[in-house]
Design a protein around this ligand. Sequence first.
Ligand SMILES: [Zn+2]
Length: 376
Amino acid sequence: MKAQIKLGRIFGVEIGLHYSWFIIALLITLSLAGQFSLNNPDWSDSLRWGLAIITAVLFFAAIVAHELSHAVVAKARGLPVRSITLFALGGVAEIEREAADAKTEFWMGIIGPITSLVIGLICLGITMALGWRPPEFPRQPLTAMLMWLGYINIALAVFNMIPGFPLDGGRVLRGIVWWITGDARRATTIASRVGQFIAFGMIVFGVMRFFEGAGFNGLWIAFIGWFLLSASRESYAQLAITEGLRGVRVADVMSRDCPTVDGHSNLQTFVEENLVRTGRRCFAVTLNGHTEGMITPSEISDVQRARWPYTTVADVMRPLDQVRTVGLNTPVSEALEVMAREDLNQLPVIADGELAGLISRGHVLQLLQTRAELHV
Ligand SMILES: [Zn+2]
């Protein structure tokens, strides 16, 4: 999930919005305005809409607080957090690495629902201190807003504790099983099975409710179940890869026979004699015996074909100091994350300032395939 609109940074974590967020923000504001007019018909239109917008904004601030709590625990336990993105189904904190031990996984998961629960209880507490008693509906704008925020945050805490990946409850369950069995892989499998079982149950339940006449509510439950099912499969695959690659270093899988090309040769010759003939996609560029950069088809396609004979490889190469590189001892899972983040297919591997080889997604895939075939 990539944020398309950046809002700023809190504690060094980038906060952003995905376009799909606007849909849910609009729906929530509309439904709030509807509720307010139903319960307080004497309110003016501007009060109703103004309060609906403020309440919706505070609700999303509470979601950011929930995600920030994950981020703070992750950071405290040495896991870098890149960003928090709000999207149609809530918020997501992008943590760059998976937890390395059960306790981290447990605390990182459970802190979010605890935060939402505390926010919810504080809101309801203030509402009651201001004279509201359930189950009546508050007459004052401030109490009406706080009561809604109270209930919605508690609902958020409960929903997130559903023990299925990628919900917080899934992490908590995985943390507990990992803690008890000491086996991360087994914990992943169990947490993911439970998550899929619950998601499947939600789909069946939602569809049944729909045919019993529950209408939109039934479909909504089924939709969330379907979302959970696919998200849990995806995060399970992601975790399985991370676990499969544990302990593997870049030096183990990289290719060392990186073909080189002289930086002084022109593009025409390079394309005809190297690129087209060998079919390789990446070359190290040397100048006076030193590796200075890299060149791939994408750099060449930026140059007009007629200019190829007059342009040297060194003119268009990507200098090594401007390319993301990894070291021999970088974990392969980290290299894979860098490639995914920067949308690259390969990374140069640098040792002592010199190009030592290349690691590509293909190399990692091959390793995973081989291991899967042998069940090791
Ligand atoms: Zn959470």
